[in-house]
Design a protein around this ligand. Structure first.
Ligand SMILES: O=P(O)(O)OC[C@H]1O[C@@H](O)[C@H](O)[C@@H](O)[C@@H]1O
Length: 199
């Protein structure tokens, strides 16, 4: 009888980059690259891929990975002076061996905790110190849950503001917008996310 695959497995992905594979008993799975703290694959119990990853993706840092769920932090789009979508997506995150407890317990056995801390290079372009903890969990039914906890670790207690996004690329087999052009739809989604009460 074949050995059961583990719920959580850390291994090498494309170009030797570290990745973590999460699996649940019914066959669903997810993959997370430590580069970018980025989910690059999420498959349902039939093995169908639910996320888009560019076929041209070469997994070559410092270029961000195009596809999956990039983490945009501390800046979304061009809403600031940093490079588009901030710098968290092209940094190497670490597995967090001792994350602080969550207020509610999880039923998931397939999860990984990652952490990104400021580097001295970050501080030169964004003068704040932080800890960004990300939990990626795959539920028993195949649901994917991302939880982000961002802590200000400035030694002088100075507050900071940031913008943040899970810039999810979903895989779709076909897409048609009979009444909206692509650009107006994107603009509408962006406006709605900034101003949720807009008509
Ligand atoms: O090309 P990037 O930096 O990975 O960004 C992906 C996309 O991010 C979106 O937020 C922008 O509206 C697009 O213009 C952009 O192509």
């Amino acid at each position: 009888m074949a050995a059961e695959k583990p719920y959580v497995e850390q291994c090498k992905g494309v170009n030797g980059l570290d990745k973590v594979i999460l699996r649940e008993v019914r066959g669903c799975s997810a993959e997370v690259y430590l580069y970018g703290g980025q989910v690059t694959s999420w498959k349902n119990e039939y093995g169908e891929e639910l996320l888009f990853l560019s076929s041209k993706e070469t997994f070559r840092p410092p270029k961000p990975i195009r596809g999956g769920i990039p983490i945009c932090f501390p800046q979304f789009r061009n809403l600031g002076t940093l490079e588009q979508h901030g710098f968290a997506r092209n940094q190497f995150w670490s597995v967090d061996p001792d994350p602080p407890p969550f207020p509610t317990s999880t039923s998931s056995r397939a999860f990984v905790d990652l952490i990104l801390r400021h580097s001295e290079d970050d501080v030169k372009i964004w003068p704040h110190r932080y800890e960004f903890r990300l939990r990626v969990a795959l539920g028993p039914g195949g649901d994917l849950m991302l939880t982000s906890r961002i802590r200000n670790t400035n030694t002088d207690g100075k507050p900071f503001t940031f913008t943040f996004t899970y810039h999810t690329y979903f895989a779709v087999s076909d897409i048609r917008f009979p009444y909206l052009s692509y650009n107006s739809l994107v603009r509408k989604i962006c406006l709605e996310s900034m101003h949720p009460d807009m008509p």
